[in-house]
Design a protein around this ligand. Structure first.
Ligand code: 5AD
Ligand code: SF4
Length: 428
């Protein structure tokens, strides 16, 4: 979502006549879009700010945007003299006015106004083959480790008609794949054009009708909002790609309870089996936190067992990071960081092995690949398989092409594809 917000901010500033430059040193204005989810990401920004000081001691105008801005507000100005503007993730549509005001003094805008920032943003500009589209923001789940409900605010779904309009604009500008975004994207609800209540599955069905849009994905989901309708959509809508990122965080019910996840390992596994039932080739992904307060070796083992049971094609895993203001940060059974680090290593070894195994299992399959960018070597192009693998192809294909390949070699993070050109397809 930060990537989407960054795009929207640069579109907004360009609509004001500003131009992007290659290096921060020559910029008049630098916007730093920040993440507060773990301490490391949040602290990194202060060293980045320091690096913006020019040899003569001057610096560009600096706007600190995103969730660090939201969480720290005016404290940012006390921590560093270099920042001119502090702007939260729900207020960045105010950037043009804030920049004007900053000419005569420092400004802070961390309001979460009722008016939608999306209405104040300009039309989408040129986009790549695969584009993001935010449909939902904020979270009401309050997992005890997480800052998102505080920094992004309450759950809000963007209206159906605005989403459909933005999807059309993205396709008109070159997108062939759209990833619907939300902190809790499968909690999206709204009314369609005839006033019927719809969930994310209804929205996906409507978007699938857009000519020229070939692929739809969505991220990130919560297990408790994984409705039967949405699961069935995976078996029924061809354009909905066979991939789902569904974080579980832990495989121990005791820890899940302490995390306030409101689901169990068993209820999560039931969802995963249902998904595999409706879409046998679905690739599954997740997020994991190790070293949550009170996590015993037995709890950790339950997470490893769950991972072995599911078989992930991709996963993101983190050592628990205490965040100020969250209930878990005040729990008195914090885990020694050394133990968390060691558990994270064991967990990642298993997940990496699963990712490699998944890539190997796909070798020999025919797949359609959406070409997204050039590779490192000349005539090398990189795209995505339906299962979100990076596929490296050496063939005269262009960005935005959907090409048929046979997957040939598996690496830990990518696979190679042999292009089946028109002639080969005709004889196949
Ligand atoms: N410490 C570590 N990881 C966290 N996440 C969220 N909050 C924390 C935290 N305090 C992880 C979760 C979430 C992902 C986006 O970040 O796994 O799904
Ligand atoms: Fe954070 Fe996700 Fe939990 Fe919401 S559901 S509080 S965003 S981890």
């Amino acid at each position: 979502m930060n990537s989407y917000d960054g795009e929207r901010m640069s579109e907004l500033l360009e609509s004001q006549g500003m131009k992007a430059v290659e290096d921060a040193a020559s910029a008049d204005l630098v916007v730093l879009n920040t993440c507060h989810i773990r301490e490391k990401a949040a602290e990194k920004v202060y060293s980045q700010i320091g690096r913006l000081r020019r040899p003569d001691g001057s610096s560009p105008m600096i706007a600190l945007a995103g969730c660090v801005a939201q969480a720290e507000g005016a404290e940012v100005l006390a921590r560093t003299k270099m920042v001119d503007i502090v702007v939260g993730p729900q207020a960045y549509h105010h950037l043009p006015e804030l920049i004007k005001k900053a000419a005569s003094g420092k400004v802070v805008d961390i309001d979460m106004p009722l008016e939608s920032k999306f209405d104040a943003l300009p039309e989408r500009r040129q986009v790549g083959a695969s584009a993001f589209l935010t449909v939902q923001e904020g979270c009401d789940k309050f997992c005890t480790y997480c800052v998102v409900p505080y920094t992004r605010g309450a759950e809000v779904s963007r209206p159906w008609s605005r989403i459909v309009k933005e999807a059309h604009a993205l396709v008109d500008k070159g997108a062939r794949e759209i990833t619907l975004l939300g902190q809790n994207v499968n909690a999206w609800t709204g009314e369609d054009e005839v006033g019927r209540n719809q969930g994310l599955d209804g929205l996906i069905r409507a978007l699938a009708k857009i000519d020229g849009l070939e692929r739809i994905r969505y991220t990130t989901s919560h297990p408790n909002d994984m409705t039967e309708g949405l699961i069935e959509a995976h078996g029924e809508i061809d354009k909905l790609m066979p991939f789902l990122h569904l974080p579980v965080q832990s495989g121990s019910n005791r820890i899940l309870k302490a995390m306030n996840r409101a689901h169990t390992a068993e209820s999560y596994l039931t969802l995963m089996y249902r998904l595999k039932e409706v879409r046998p080739d679905i690739a599954l992904s997740g997020d994991f936190i190790v070293g949550f307060p009170g996590e015993s070796e037995e709890d950790f083992q339950a997470t490893l067992d769950l991972i072995s049971e599911v078989g992930y094609s991709l996963a993101f895993s983190f050592a628990y990071s205490p965040r100020p203001g969250t209930p878990a940060a005040d729990m008195d059974n914090q885990i020694d960081p050394e133990i968390s680090r060691e558990r994270l290593q064991r967990l990642q070894a298993l997940l990496n092995q699963q990712q490699f195994d998944f890539n190997q299992q796909t070798i020999g399959r025919k797949a359609t690949v959406l070409i997204e960018r050039k590779g490192k070597k000349a005539d090398q192009m990189i795209g995505k398989s339906p299962w979100l693998q990076s596929v490296i192809i050496e063939a005269p294909v262009a960005i935005g092409d959907l090409v048929e390949v046979t997957l040939t070699d598996a690496g830990p993070n990518s696979v190679k594809g042999q292009w089946l050109n028109q002639k080969q397809l005709a004889t196949a």
